[in-house]
Ligand binder design. Structure first.
Ligand code: PHE
Length: 502
């Protein structure tokens, strides 16, 4: 007796062979079914015992764009060697700059050439001079040969592959190929002939209105069948983590602050008792904007802040004894920290006078004129926060951090005494990098000094902090370079596949 199978299963079964493995792709082109349908049908057929599926996973070597480029144009270190050869004899000193001119290498290639020339004993480079060695035949360069082999799908020694991988010239792709072959049962079924079962996969409005839906046979979905990976848009892990930080702080009783990215130095620095000649207030550190000075600042607060800077606060207080100019305070900068928001809120300027106890936070961008490196960007997200209450101590701060970071699975915090012009005591918070074990700074904190609180009209304690969101991410996901998640060098695989747990 012939059996009935759903249409796609029948097509796949008939395209399968009893003697030869056929890949899903081959079956897909033979049946004109999309690969995901071939996959779904194949797993159902396997469950019925009519075919068997074999899975073959192997690593496939691919050249990156840079690898392709060098495969065509030779490695930069070889081109540098050849350039020196064109300048004259081997074992002779030439100016490095002359060699660069001769080589036609671009800036990036020059860096690549420099580090590999010496590593491969192509010669020496010292104090702006380069010598090409006589003892080497660069035409035999194993890395160049390997690039050529990989471009032709030929085998390459493991150690060389590793080196090319670390140079970013080769990447390893895990590829999985599935194939099917008929079982004895499958052959027997085919011989008897297969009919298409009338089972349907989708319930339609017509079936509902006709009322025949009750008597129809439905195809079961095979939810375990492999499908092609779906790469759609998703929320960036930085944004996703920022949202989770906000949820966490809200659940800990905090309210969110908001305020301008470009703000007066008054809110950014002066309220924080940062002397106007503080090094962090120069263009080396902060981005000044050429816009008209800030307006509508509270004039009585300006006077109080000025007095704190000049005379200090309280009978034993002391000021900086250096000039304080309102013009400087009214200059507009991109904020270097979101502590400017804390000042606006504590002063009553943002939402009116507030009574203790209070807890506020923000997770917002800040801008600093730093040098780009694996842990620094010119802008980053700061997790700002403060608690206003009676009798706060460093223990309360430590406890808050311990609880906050615990919610993200980070439990080994370290604290180190620190100095801020606006807090006393102050300490920095460190966390252990999950991969390298290095301690990395993740935040800065302290209790605001009288010189900050008094002019703002706050008479109880305020503990406060600024934590770096990107550093929290590094601890959570273990990447080492901030540029893995930001900008043109970012690691798409990491962004596509990372879950954000908390
Ligand atoms: N503004 C500090 C920074 O950017 C963080 C901080 C905020 C420290 C509040 C103490 C109190 O590093």
């Amino acid at each position: 007796m012939s059996i009935k199978l759903p249409k796609n299963q029948k097509k796949v079964l008939e395209a399968a062979s009893s003697t030869k493995q056929k890949t899903f792709d081959q079956i897909s082109s033979a049946t004109k079914l999309k690969p995901e349908y071939v996959s779904g049908a194949s797993y159902s057929l396997e469950e019925r015992g009519l075919i068997s599926i074999t899975t073959d996973s192997h690593d496939e070597l691919l050249l990156t764009d840079e690898g392709h480029h060098y495969s065509k144009n030779s490695l930069p270190e070889m081109r540098l060697y050849e350039a020196v050869q064109r300048l004259g004899d081997l074992e002779t000193e030439f100016d490095l700059s002359q060699a660069f001119d001769q080589s036609n290498l671009d800036k990036n290639e020059i860096n690549v050439a420099l580090s590999n020339f010496v590593r491969k004993n192509y010669g020496t480079i010292d104090q702006g001079k380069i010598v090409a060695s006589r003892d080497i035949d660069i035409q035999l360069d194993p890395e160049q040969a390997a690039l050529d082999s990989i471009s032709q799908n030929l085998k390459v020694e493991d150690s060389i592959t590793k080196r090319l991988e670390s140079r970013g010239l080769v990447k390893v792709n895990q590829s999985t190929v599935r194939s099917i072959i008929l079982t004895k049962e499958g052959m027997a079924v085919l011989q008897k002939g297969v009919k298409v079962s009338q089972s349907v996969t989708n319930l339609t409005p017509q079936m509902l209105s006709k009322g025949n839906w009750e008597h129809i046979e439905y195809t079961a979905y095979n939810v375990e069948a492999e499908t092609a990976p779906y790469i759609g848009g998703r929320v960036h892990i930085l944004r996703d983590t920022a949202e989770k930080v906000k949820d966490t702080l809200v659940s800990m009783g905090f309210q969110e602050m908001e305020g301008p990215h470009a703000d007066s130095e008054f809110w950014i620095n002066d309220c924080l008792f940062m002397p106007q000649d503080h090094p962090a207030r120069t263009h080396w550190d902060q981005f000044a904007l050429s816009v008209p000075p800030a307006q509508n600042l509270p004039s009585d607060l300006i006077k109080k802040v000025q007095k704190a800077h000049i005379d200090g606060v309280g009978p034993d207080g002391d000021g900086y004894h250096s000039p304080w100019s309102e013009n400087v305070a009214l200059g507009v900068d991109l904020r270097g920290h979101t502590t400017s928001l804390s000042m606006r809120y504590l002063s009553g300027q943002s939402i009116g006078t507030i009574e203790p106890p209070q807890r506020f936070f923000s997770v917002e961008k800040v801008y600093r004129n730093d040098t780009l490196d694996p842990t620094h960007l010119l802008e980053f997200f700061q997790i700002e926060g403060w608690v206003m209450a009676e009798n706060l101590s460093v223990r309360d701060l430590m406890g808050t951090f311990t609880e906050f970071y615990r919610r993200f699975g980070i439990t080994n915090l370290k604290f180190k005494p620190h100095y801020n012009p606006y807090t006393e005591p102050s300490f920095e918070i460190f966390g252990e990098h999950p991969r390298t074990g290095a301690l990395i700074e993740i935040g800065n904190s302290g209790l605001f000094r009288e010189e900050v609180l008094h002019p703002l009209g706050v008479s109880c304690d305020v503990m406060a902090w600024g934590l770096a969101l990107e550093r929290l991410l590094m601890l959570m996901y273990g990447f080492e370079d901030i540029r893995d998640v930001h900008g043109t060098l970012c690691d798409l695989q990491l962004l596509r596949s990372t879950e954000v747990p908390y």
